[in-house]
Design a protein around this ligand. Structure first.
Ligand SMILES: NC(=O)c1ccc[n+]([C@@H]2O[C@H](COP(=O)([O-])OP(=O)(O)OC[C@H]3O[C@@H](n4cnc5c(N)ncnc54)[C@H](O)[C@@H]3O)[C@@H](O)[C@H]2O)c1
Length: 267
């Protein structure tokens, strides 16, 4: 459960964000926080049931149905993504930000001997190509509007050698950093900022059970690798994402923000 940041209010009045993977753990927390600050949100997610229940839970939390759009979109499908982006612009009359959270290991194995070529394709397609398709689809709208921002999702697994996730995930999340920097260079003159976040382990509902089922020794090992020596609240990922999407980050582009309690420190 994400609580509202005490530092900010109503930064996103009348603005519109597309949150991919918006029916998932981090995406839904971001969608909720963005709408709690006056913004309107379109969720793109491949899980239709989760889109419906996510939209229902946002409405139950008090978000107006007019400020929400839930779309069943597979980010691997370029034409579906382009079509959905046009639908968002038509529905809300503008688009300001892309928060590209769709991704992850998507159920593929971690061990090299168990990873099939199809697993590799899936992880690369969802994470890298999905981020690319969504970025390519939003850029014309942001250009026409005079600017905007894109936040991509890397991971500590793409910044260092996390044993929790596999080689395809590490490759995809490292690739997203190259995509982010190159895109930032290309669209900077159009006043479009592109930045990445690289979260450590955030215990969404999906991951909390896995963490709880680990032995105390394994849990302590995880904690001992984190200088701040605690697991984060989801809000501690949501706030940096909203910062990058907001005008407070107006001169920041092409960076990667590590959000990991100090577990990986870049040189
Ligand atoms: N939670 C963490 O600890 C953590 C750490 C580092 C990076 N990340 C990254 O943050 C992002 C969100 O992670 P999360 O923990 O919320 O994961 P999650 O699994 O809870 O949510 C991911 C969402 O993406 C959706 N999705 C998957 N494939 C899709 C596709 N092809 N098209 C559209 N939607 C699709 C899923 O349906 C799901 O709702 C991911 O990119 C993940 O790799 C998460």
């Amino acid at each position: 459960m994400t609580t509202r940041s005490p530092y900010v209010s109503e930064r996103f009045t009348d603005r519109v964000a597309v949150v991919t993977g918006g029916a998932g753990g981090l995406g839904m927390a971001i969608a909720r926080a963005y709408s709690s600050e006056g913004g309107r949100v379109a969720i793109f997610d491949a899980n239709l049931d989760a889109v419906s229940s996510g939209i229902a839970s946002l409405q139950k939390a008090g978000v107006s149905p007019h400020s929400l759009l839930g779309l069943h979109v597979d980010v691997k499908d370029s034409s579906a993504v382009h079509q959905a982006m046009s639908q968002v612009a038509e529905n809300f009359g503008r688009i300001d930000s892309l928060i590209a959270a769709a991704g992850g290991s998507v159920g593929t194995p971690t061990k090299l001997e168990e990873i099939t070529p199809e697993d590799l394709d899936l992880v690369i397609d969802v994470n890298i190509k999905g981020t690319y398709h969504c970025s390519a689809a939003i850029v014309p709208f942001l250009k026409a509007q005079g600017g905007g921002s894109i936040v991509t999702f890397s991971s500590i697994g793409g910044r260092s050698t996390s044993p929790v996730t596999g080689i395809p995930y590490a490759a995809a999340k490292a690739g997203i950093l190259g995509l982010t920097r190159r895109l930032a260079r290309e669209v900077g003159p159009n006043n479009i900022r592109v930045n990445a976040i690289a979260p450590g382990l955030f215990l969404t509902d999906r991951l909390q059970g896995t963490f709880d089922s680990m032995s105390e020794q394994d849990r302590n090992e995880v904690l001992d690798s984190i200088p701040l020596h605690r697991m984060p609240d989801l809000r501690e990922c949501v706030d940096p994402v909203l910062f990058l999407a907001s005008d407070a980050a107006s001169y920041i582009t092409g960076v990667v923000l590590d959000i990991n309690g100090g577990r990986f420190m870049s040189g």
